[in-house]
Design a protein around this ligand. Structure first.
Ligand code: PLP
Length: 498
């Protein structure tokens, strides 16, 4: 039987069917041009509607409860247990988004979200995310997306200038500070023990950080096989800053028993109190003992843009690496972590591994940036697009104005707290976070926290300092006002009275 194709000439490299077997019927195109056009039009309508929804949401975020009023498992129970067999229209999907997903959302964009390191997104970043998703371009190596490789270089270069870091710091974007810090520790390990890449580590490597450092430092050490017991937590002074004298003592003690110190992580803006470790003194010790110095400025880094705060990164120019998270205090929706290193050669030595299928002629060009060489991930999102939009839309002046407002309100909030004799300030508050406590038991403070958050009107969190539970209010919102800060403080006072 002759196939419908039998009279047509085949391309020379196409497989030929044997004389006996009929050629398979050509598979129909699932998205022929007319269907594809309808699919795109369908998107156009739904996307216009979605942009309107987003604008309404941003205009009215404060109408939502900050915390969702649901119980664990409620969303799971409200959704079908299996995915649909047949596709559904956007209108129906968006209706369910509104009805089912939205009630389960904690509104980080709410101006009275003052928990953790609060962070709002911003409109230029939303547009950046939309375009990045539309392009779906993947920065594996230069040729897979020159735009991803080079815009990342440019935007992190701009930001580096604002932070006052030296020009030889190469910038890379990772998803989170935890991942940035893990890469810093991996590079530190590579510097100390170059055999580790091929043979695994047998050296007794030891890492130092303060007892106020973020848990991501310890997690990085766990992931890299350094071991939790080889992470030394250097005690802090009365202002929660690492004590360099004790760092030195610990180093000497470790050398004395045959251990190999390899890395120290200093923090600029610790998670609980925003204290700033003495980076310059730590850098001096790191140089003396040939340790990799990583600076975790995940939260407070942006403040270094302000001339009056440039001192916070004093000594950071001597670090091997530094991380700062625009998704904490720079109006960038999660995720975006800016990582800088003065030793990209070592990071590259730790991670570059290029199978044949990923080789391209462009890699021989000294100007080609191949992001896959600098970390575990192969594929990279076009994250820098949203950051480029933020830097251009607000400009340095616009961003500085916002940061200064947050810092000023935090200082004012501290004066209100001090003026109420039922409360006390628990730590210095140089930036936009204030730690304080109700002068009662830990249980009183926990109960107060629960009461405030149960109102749905604000979200604040707690931490532990010197063995006591303390409350934290963090300001970082683009649309927050002084009145929001006042209202949340009044809410705390009111709940304390109750
Ligand atoms: N470093 C510090 C100082 C932090 O406060 C945090 C989180 O709050 C992190 C690192 C981890 O950030 P990420 O969530 O981006 O991993």
């Amino acid at each position: 039987m002759a196939s419908p194709e039998s009279g047509k000439k085949r391309p020379s490299d196409a497989p030929t069917a044997s004389a006996a077997a009929p050629a398979p019927a050509p598979h129909p195109d699932p998205y022929p041009p007319e269907r594809h056009a309808a699919y795109v039009e369908d998107f156009r309508q739904a996307a216009h509607q979605t942009v309107d929804w987003i604008a309404d949401y941003l205009a009215n975020t404060r109408r939502y409860p900050v915390l969702p009023q649901i119980k664990p498992g409620d969303l799971i129970d409200s959704l079908p247990t299996t995915a649909p067999d047949r596709g559904e229209p956007f209108a129906k999907i968006l209706r369910d988004f509104d009805k089912k997903i939205m009630p389960a959302v904690t509104h980080w964009n709410h101006p009275r979200f003052m928990a953790y390191f609060a962070c709002t997104g911003s409109t230029p970043a939303i547009i950046g995310e939309m375009l990045s998703a539309a392009l779906n371009t993947n920065g594996i190596h230069w040729l897979t997306s020159p735009a991803v490789a080079e815009l990342e270089h440019v935007t992190l270069g701009w930001y580096r200038q604002w932070l006052g870091l030296p020009d030889d710091f190469m910038g890379l974007v990772y998803d989170t500070a935890s991942v940035s810090t893990m890469h810093a520790i991996a590079a530190a390990r590579e510097m100390a023990d170059p055999d580790v890449r091929t043979k695994g580590s047998k050296a007794n490597l030891v890492l130092y950080t303060s007892e106020q450092a973020h848990s991501s430092v310890e997690k990085g050490a766990i992931a890299l096989g350094i071991g939790q017991k080889n992470v030394r937590k250097v005690p802090v002074d009365s202002a929660f800053r690492m004590r360099p004298d004790l760092l030195r003592d610990m180093l000497v003690a470790d050398y004395g028993c045959g251990m190999r110190p390899f890395c120290v992580v200093a923090t600029v803006g610790t998670t609980s109190t925003t204290s700033v470790d003495p980076v310059e003194a730590i850098a001096k010790i790191a140089e003396q003992y040939n340790l990799w110095l990583h600076v975790d400025a995940a939260y407070a880094g942006p403040a270094a843009m302000l001339p009056e705060f440039s001192h916070i990164l004093k000594g950071a120019d001597r670090a091997h690496s530094l991380v700062t998270n625009p998704h904490k205090w720079l109006f960038t929706p999660i995720d975006f972590s800016a990582f800088y290193t003065r030793r990209p050669d070592i990071l590259r030595r730790a991670f570059s591994l290029i199978p044949e299928y990923l080789r391209a002629k462009t890699q021989e060009d000294s100007r080609s940036i191949n992001l896959m060489d600098y970390g575990v991930a192969l594929g990279r999102r076009f994250r820098s697009l949203k950051f480029w939009m933020i830097l251009r839309y607000f400009g340095r002046e616009g961003i500085e104005k916002l940061l200064r407002a947050h810092i000023a309100w935090a200082q004012e909030l501290a004066t209100w707290i001090k003026a109420d004799e039922r409360f006390e300030i628990s730590a210095p508050h140089p930036f936009s976070v204030v730690c304080f406590r109700y002068k009662g038991t830990d249980e009183d403070n926990r109960a107060l926290l629960e009461k405030v958050n149960a109102t749905g009107k604000a979200y604040i969190t707690h931490t532990e300092l010197e063995g006591k539970v303390v409350l934290r209010i963090a300001l970082a919102h683009l649309s927050a006002t002084r009145e929001d800060v006042q209202a949340v403080w009044e809410l705390v006072r009111h709940c304390a009275k109750a």
